[in-house]
Ligand binder design. Structure first.
Ligand SMILES: Nc1ncnc2c1ncn2[C@@H]1O[C@H](COP(=O)(O)OP(=O)(O)O)[C@@H](O)[C@H]1O
Ligand SMILES: [Mg+2]
Length: 372
């Protein structure tokens, strides 16, 4: 039997909606079509503003929830048109939503993704599943990362150890041991593109990211700043752990810059942030004692040539590739994962990995907004 599902994702980078239409059948999955739907600059600004505490948050969040719902629905309609599919061909949409707050460790821990699923269901006429993370959190989990379940399903092999490295705004790894008796583990390593993007935007108003890491490559690493950044206690925490913009943001960088107490040129700060990103990812991998095997990269950071080059140098015992060699577009792995999770939820299959999130058990994720 062949069923079709759509996955929708907008990550911490807020660079746009990734939409994927997949086919799920007994032997596995196949990507039918993908589409990157642009994030309007004004909406992005408002989303960035609401990621930290501010005035009138509830009203602003309510409005943004609907605006994001419309954006996700429009991305879906554009994807259907591109693929020449009708709404009635699709069993369900898995919509991750837009994270605006992720606080997994405070006494009243919570995570919040917006993008009103009622709007998505009504505008597309497709059953929509959303709110994937909070059920895991309700049973003691971090609610993140969730994609290791999908990585385990499509990328695991008995032939070699594989590490899936997703470099989104935040970077996360999934460890897929070749020995199937060993559990899958995974966690957020720290910043992916978020610090590089934020610092770029601070200095170049018309740019959202450092193309190919060129600006970073033209600077010099400042070792005082680098060691200050490396002293961040999140890096030492044992998994399960997850993080977000609440920690790795410009005020956090500013605090470290003030601590170093020396004037550092902006370009050298960017070079240091790139090195920091590469080192934190590589150190997290090193703690896993995986001898050899592959590091398979996905997420927008795989296009940052300078970052990939450093990751290769810092992980000489691993072969570094991208998911493209396994026929999955690295820019759409997360969207495809949420399409696959929609399939799991519709079939009442639990989809979180307690060994990753720390939840007390595996549970069915998400709320379903039916259209029929
Ligand atoms: N050519 C490139 N050079 C450097 N960075 C890039 C390039 N293309 C994409 N990126 C980075 O990828 C990010 C988007 O990655 P993505 O996986 O969509 O993250 P998220 O899941 O957080 O939205 C951009 O914000 C940018 O930092
Ligand atoms: Mg993105």
């Amino acid at each position: 039997m062949t069923d079709y599902f759509i996955g929708l994702m907008s990550g911490t980078s807020m660079d746009g909606v990734d939409a994927a239409l997949i086919e799920v059948h007994d032997a596995g999955i196949k990507t039918i079509a993908t589409l990157g739907y642009p994030m309007p600059a004004e909406l992005r600004k408002q989303l960035l503003n609401i990621t930290h505490p501010g005035e009138n948050e509830i009203t602003r969040m309510g409005q943004l929830d609907n605006e994001m719902g419309i954006l996700f629905a429009n991305a879906t309609l554009a994807l259907l048109a591109k693929a020449n599919f009708a709404a009635s061909d699709i069993i369900a949409i898995g919509s991750h939503g837009q994270t605006i707050r992720h606080i997994p460790d405070a006494p009243f821990h919570f995570t919040m993704q917006i993008g009103n699923p009622n709007v998505i269901a009504e505008m597309t006429n497709i059953t929509t599943i959303a709110d994937f993370r909070r059920r895991d959190m309700a049973i003691g989990g971090q609610g993140a990362p969730l994609t290791p379940t999908f990585h385990n399903h499509v990328f695991r092999t008995v032939e070699r150890n594989r590490i899936i490295l997703n470099i989104g705004g935040i970077a996360n790894i999934s460890i897929l041991p070749a020995n199937i008796d060993l559990p899958v583990t995974g966690f957020d390593t720290g910043p992916g593109n978020c610090l590089l993007d934020s610092h770029m935007q601070l200095h170049f108003k018309d740019k959202t990211f450092d193309n190919d890491g060129e600006w970073a490559s033209s600077g010099k690493i400042n070792s005082t700043l680098l060691s200050s950044l490396l002293s961040e206690s999140y890096l030492e925490l044992p998994p399960p752990k997850s993080t977000g913009r609440e920690l790795f943001n410009l005020p956090w960088l500013e605090k470290h810059l003030q601590k170093t107490n020396v004037g550092i040129a902006a370009v050298d700060v960017q070079a240091t942030l790139l090195e920091y990103t590469a080192q934190t990812i590589s150190q997290a991998i090193a703690t896993q004692n995986i001898n050899g095997g592959e590091i398979v990269v996905c997420g927008g950071g795989c296009h940052n040539k300078a970052l990939i080059q450093r990751l290769k140098e810092l992980n000489p015992h691993h072969q570094l590739t991208t998911t493209i060699i396994y026929n999955i577009d690295p820019d759409f792995v997360e969207a495809i994962a949420f399409a696959w999770m929609a399939h799991a939820t519709m079939n009442k299959i639990p989809c979180n990995l307690p060994t990753v999130t720390g939840a007390s058990k595996a549970v069915i994720l998400g709320g379903v907004y039916y259209v029929k």
